[in-house]
Design a protein around this ligand. Structure first.
Ligand SMILES: *[C@@H]1O[C@H](CO)[C@@H](O)[C@H](O)[C@H]1NC(C)=O
Ligand SMILES: *[C@@H]1O[C@H](CO)[C@@H](O)[C@H](O)[C@H]1NC(C)=O
Length: 462
């Protein structure tokens, strides 16, 4: 690899040994690992490296050139990448031109003859792609922990540099006729990038390709070493309690333990330096986080171990309520802080009733922007007497039930506990909890500030 050099003479970033190994392995992979009936006539990938969460959108045009219908598209990833994959979604549409896409179910598969160094996913087509037909497929993948700080330790005034590795060729079990790769960088310094003949850096976009007529499993490593000072906000654990209260309210309480997951701070921290020129003497640190709360959130508070913090800013419109959370000190690499955010939401926006059933429909993830949560625990505290509880979530979660007692309770309130590792903003989707209400409670309807009709939502519930 030849490297472009910036002003500063830092040594070149290390190549992960696994990447080099992979090359050898892939050279030996037979195209027979997959059914060879598909040909990718065009593959355009866009990689977004502007935050610490890496998003890759691959837009594929596939043709069935074989004699038999094809019912799945295989999507392989090197294991070193797959282990950091937090979300994968595929949208497909069949036809001569790209039309309305549908979401395709995805599963992990193990095609016979597949090398153990690769993890295969399969996107299942709603109906088999017949001979000669074309499929448009968009695959969104989101990776965590894929920007490696290099150097690993920096001083207070230094910018944070990170390394990203990928393949300039789209890794596919099918032949690929034409393809491009575009990598969007956050702006700022680009220390180096792999200079393949058709590499081009324009402003903050790095392009590779076009490449033509590549065989299955082509792999061409690229490394980019660049400046990224965006908040690497990583929560080790978040506990999010959603309590359906008796007072016409849904009460949310979120406990955070957040660290700056980027390059660690070395040397002394000088607050005087920082305060005189925070953007220079603390360029890699972050001092606030934005929480996007639902539009009618009220009674919002934010506190840490010491007490309420009133310096946070709040503004709202009809679409959202935005809270700026400002910890007591800026966060540098390796530093952490714990705090609690609480707010109330109107019951009628999230809880619906029909046929003696109560139905909660609310978002799963944290309202904090661009945060990675290594372990998210969502606890939904239901009113006393809730029975036959059913949970429906758009992704797998570990589920269990507890009971919570407060002084007015007789039998205690059922608590549904949902746990999920590696939660990213893409997981901030709606989930539902449906319960039977005991007769006695159903009679108490007024007490619940019930909306008179639940409209469309009821239809969705069953
Ligand atoms: C913090 O604010 C909350 C909500 O406004 C309030 O209930 C609580 O008493 C306050 N706590 C302190 C220590 O001021
Ligand atoms: C949950 O609420 C969202 C937003 O209002 C809505 O788009 C979605 O259809 C609802 N889901 C169900 C199952 O009712």
């Amino acid at each position: 690899m030849r490297s472009g050099r910036g002003k500063m003479a830092t040594p070149p970033p290390p190549i992960r040994p696994a990447a080099a190994l992979l090359l050898l392995v892939l050279a030996g992979v037979l195209a027979s690992a997959a059914s060879a009936d598909l040909v990718i006539s065009k593959a355009d990938r866009r990689v977004d490296l502007t935050s610490h969460i890496v998003r890759v959108l691959a837009s594929l045009k596939a043709e069935n050139v074989g004699p038999d219908p094809v019912s799945q598209v295989l999507l392989p990833f090197p294991n070193i990448q797959a282990k950091n994959l937090a979300a994968i979604r595929a949208f497909g549409s069949e036809g001569k031109v790209k039309g309305q896409s549908t979401v395709l179910p995805i599963e992990v598969v193990q095609p016979s003859g597949a090398p153990p160094e690769l993890t295969f996913f399969s996107a299942l087509l709603p109906k088999p792609l017949e001979k000669g037909k074309t499929l448009y497929l968009d695959v969104l993948t989101v990776f965590t922990h894929s920007l490696q700080p290099f150097p690993e330790e920096i001083t207070q005034a230094e910018a944070q540099l990170v390394v990203y590795q990928d393949s300039a060729h789209y890794l596919s079990p099918y032949p690929v006729k034409a393809q491009t790769l575009a990598i969007r960088l956050p702006g700022g310094r680009v220390e180096s990038y792999t200079r393949h003949p058709n590499a081009k850096l324009v402003d903050s976009e790095l392009k590779y390709g076009p490449f033509h007529d590549l065989p299955p499993f082509s792999y061409l490593p690229v490394i980019v070493h660049f400046e990224n000072n965006n908040p690497f906000a990583v929560a080790k654990e978040v506990i999010r309690e959603i309590e359906i209260s008796h007072w016409g309210n849904v009460q949310i309480t979120e406990h955070y333990n957040i660290a700056h997951g980027g390059a660690r701070l070395k040397g002394e921290f000088s607050r005087i330096d920082y305060q005189s020129r925070p953007y220079v003497r603390g360029v890699s640190s972050f001092r606030h986080l934005i929480a996007k709360l639902p539009p009618r959130a009220h009674s919002i508070y934010y506190r840490d171990e010491i007490g309420n913090i009133s310096t946070s800013h709040l503004w709202s419109d009809s679409m959202k309520t935005q809270l700026e959370i400002e910890p007591r000190f800026p966060l540098f690499g390796g530093w952490q802080t714990t705090f609690t955010v609480g707010y109330g939401l109107p019951l009628e926006d999230f809880v619906f009733y029909s046929d003696g059933k109560r139905f909660l429909n609310i978002t799963f993830g944290s309202p904090l922007e661009e945060i990675l949560i290594e372990k998210l625990i969502v606890k939904v505290v239901l009113p006393e007497g809730s029975k036959d509880i059913e949970v429906s979530a758009p992704f797998p979660t570990q589920q269990q039930q507890e009971v919570k007692y407060s002084h007015l309770d007789i039998v205690g309130r059922p608590v549904v506990v949902l746990e999920k590792p590696d939660v990213i903003p893409e997981h901030n989707l709606y989930f539902q909890i449906q319960q039977h209400i005991l007769a006695q409670r159903a009679v108490d309807a007024d007490y619940w500030f019930l909306p008179p009709v639940c409209g469309l939502y009821c239809l969705h519930a069953y």
